[in-house]
Write a protein that binds this ligand. Sequence first.
Ligand code: PLZ
Length: 446
Amino acid sequence: MTSKDPLPQSRHLATEIPGPASTAAMQRRKEAVSGGLGTAMPVIVARAQGAIIEDIDGNRIIDLGAGIGVVTIGNSAPRVVKAVQEAVATFTHTNFTTVPYMGYIEVCEALNKLTPGTFKKKSILQNSGAEAVENAIKIARHYTKRSAVVVFEHAYHGRTNLTMALTAKNLPYKDGFGPFASEIYRMPMPYSYRWVGNPETIAEDALEMVIHKIEKEVGAHNVAAILIEPVIGEGGFIVPPTGFMPGLQKFATENKIVFIADEVQSGFARTGKMFAVEHENMEPDMIVSAKGIAGGLPLAAVTGRAEIMDSSHVGGLGGTYGGNPIACAAALAAIETIQEDKLIERAEHIGKILFESLNALKAKYPIIGEVRGRGAMVAIELVHAGTKDPNPEAMGKVIKYCQSKGVLILTAGTYGNVIRFLPPVVISDDLLKDALGVLAEGFATL
Ligand code: PLZ
């Protein structure tokens, strides 16, 4: 088979997983590649399309991870493939600040339109989510002439030095990699499943606590930015309770603090909205995009109020590859795919199937403590039955079982006990149900 043949959108086991070819290749990987990188599934990809990954042993694996929420529109989505092929044959690079090109401008125009808020917006493009988060903070500090940054428990913002500091979890992200950047202040996150206070008033209580801490411990007038993931990603798909984020933004506005939504994982149709903040009708001052923006090509962006985005001096922002022309072509094709193929609605539909099926499992298995998420960004948190004690062991067994049957599912969570579902939203209902059937078998084997 060549890469031109369509890859059947069905699960198929040709060998054990991992098969002999993958096992041999993983040995080469071990010899050649830094041991600091993990491996979720020890198979080597031969090709991937839609929601199927074919490995070099000929196994066809259902992909419920989408490359960590990147190929939302499917792997090798046809419009992206075509746009990239055309772009790469036209020019590969000039550097946008050396000789500009239309793709970069058009992606910025699209972002300025797609992000919520009717105010005038401008954008900048980068290579990775972490780089974009860094730029958002840099710009907010320059604009406000303040230095403090407020972040939250369970947050993940990246692996560069500043973004490690912004990220909450020590192992594996931060341990031994310091010293970290200063002027980062971490606030409690209303994680409803584990909240010790009154569940009825969680949003107000958490808001009061956070505002009190900012005022008393940092000083609101010292705060450049409040940075939050509208659905916490790596931290376990925690959805902040309704009203918490709008309340925070109100406080930010009153105190001239830039409110930044890190939509790297939750953005670009993932949650059944273009951006997850739309679930609460919010209009952040800045939105950080990456992952789903370009169908698998490396691209990230910061979009924000024009007066903030324009506040730095000329030459203050940049980078060699940011907004690479091929990635920009891919992004325009990805946006067209989301719009033409109605993938926002599709994400909502996928979410319904996930919630229904996972809630049915929860009713059967008391080790599933909670099913949560938004749209096609759904997770289950595993505990020891009758308690809320994290159960990473059960998570590991279920994930391993699914892998052995050709279903790739990712994990998450501060306590390493969350199974998260981030499928390409182009996955067919039948293929998703096949995967969820395997998951149910995995629970039955425990
Ligand atoms: N902000 C909300 O989810 C990336 C990390 C995978 P980059 N999440 C996947 C890993 O283990 O490294 C992420 C995110 C949120 C920022 C980032 C960072 O995006 O493109 O990985 O730099």
